[in-house]
Write a protein that binds this ligand. Structure first.
Ligand SMILES: Cc1cc2nc3c(=O)[nH]c(=O)nc-3n(C[C@H](O)[C@H](O)[C@H](O)COP(=O)(O)OP(=O)(O)OC[C@H]3O[C@@H](n4cnc5c(N)ncnc54)[C@H](O)[C@@H]3O)c2cc1C
Length: 322
């Protein structure tokens, strides 16, 4: 059983149970299919919305759950513990929705947040470009004012939810001469002319989560799509929001590690080697060697015990099937 944090209460525990039910019943059976196609189907996003699992920390007046970061955290934990990483709820609810909540106009909030909470609209945020990742000041995607519109040209890559996204919060250079104050976030609807998606990228893991290349070729959006009261606030907005992004990634990472330990312990208890289960051999090796099971070398102890026993019995330590 995973460790429960001190801030967990009965309401959060009930939400976590409900979320786990959704992930186990509606996502786990489809993970293999999503890994093959490299994205989650939209129906499942709508189902997550119907279950109230999207935008939990967005106020109810904008269609959200009216909860806090803790509500998002227990959903992220339930998702990790259920081994269903594909649906990009963290990016959608904890990152994209919060940019709109924090900096959007009332019109933007009412237009996008209720539809994000229902799963009708899927959100992404696009900073990274083919030529720059960590060094965001090197972003080249440009937004140039033309009448009442911005005209956006550039390319983004590694964009989570990029294949499914209906709106992309796009980091653009709006004033080349203004340094860090020359960047702005602009809401780009993905049905705009000139917007296109490139490859949905293959990754080492998270195969079912869409991570996409995006292209902007003369994409025209109204100036009203700017996020924030004035141009040039993009970097400050990113700096304010990135800690919450890192926090939800950390919650997911810790929950994933908890699950990995749980599965490993269960496996070592059932797996037999040299007449005993691996967990027992491991314990015997750790205890007799006086070492700490947390040390990297400890992982070899079962095999050392096994080899020692075979040598004492006059048997080869080379596996016979090779
Ligand atoms: C699965 C996945 C999902 C992603 N989702 C999104 C998304 O939704 N939106 C988005 O905008 N981006 C996304 N990214 C991109 C991610 O934010 C970038 O990968 C990250 O910013 C690093 O950029 P980079 O990969 O270009 O690495 P680089 O910037 O090229 O860095 C390469 C390495 O060099 C190191 N390094 C860089 N600069 C320095 C320095 N000055 N001194 C010392 N070391 C340095 C880095 O730490 C890193 O280890 C995603 C990436 C992945 C893998």
């Amino acid at each position: 059983m995973a460790h429960q944090p001190l801030w967990m209460d009965s309401d959060l525990a009930a939400l976590q149970d409900m979320a786990r039910g959704f992930f186990v019943k509606e996502c786990a059976p489809r993970e293999e299919e999503w890994a093959q196609q490299q994205f989650v189907d939209r129906h499942t996003w709508r189902r997550a919305g119907e279950q109230g699992l999207l935008c939990l920390s967005i106020p109810e007046q904008y269609g959200g759950g009216g909860g806090s970061f803790a509500h998002e955290a227990v959903v992220a934990q339930a998702q990790a513990h259920s081994l269903t990483p594909s649906i990009g709820i963290g990016v959608h609810s904890v990152i994209v929705a919060h940019y709109i909540l924090a900096y959007g106009t009332e019109d933007q909030k009412h237009t996008w947040l209720p539809r994000m909470a229902s799963g009708e609209v899927i959100g992404a945020v696009a900073m990274t470009e083919p030529g720059t990742g960590s060094d965001l000041q090197a972003i080249k995607t440009r937004a140039v004012v033309d009448g009442d519109d911005y005209v956006i040209d550039g390319a983004k890559t590694f964009i989570s939810n990029g294949f499914n996204a209906d709106i992309v919060l796009t980091v653009c250079q709006t004033d080349k001469s203004a340094g860090a104050r020359g960047f702005s976030l602009i809401i780009v609807e993905t049905d705009r002319e000139g917007f296109s998606r490139g490859r949905n990228l293959k990754k080492m893991g998270l195969h079912g989560q869409d991570t996409c290349e995006l292209s902007f070729s003369g994409v025209r959006v109204p100036r009203a799509n700017l996020l924030g009261a004035a141009e040039g606030q993009g970097f400050a907005q990113l700096m304010q929001q990135l800690p919450q992004e890192r926090l939800i990634l950390g919650v997911s990472a810790v929950a994933t590690m908890e699950k990995a330990v749980e599965l490993t312990v269960a496996y070592t208890k059932e797996r037999k080697a040299c007449g005993t289960d691996v967990a027992a051999a491991w314990h015997r090796g750790s205890a007799s060697g006086g070492g700490c099971a947390g040390r990297p070398a400890a992982q070899y102890r079962p095999w050392r015990v096994c080899g020692r026993d075979r040598l004492r019995a006059g048997q080869s330590v080379v596996p016979s099937e090779t």
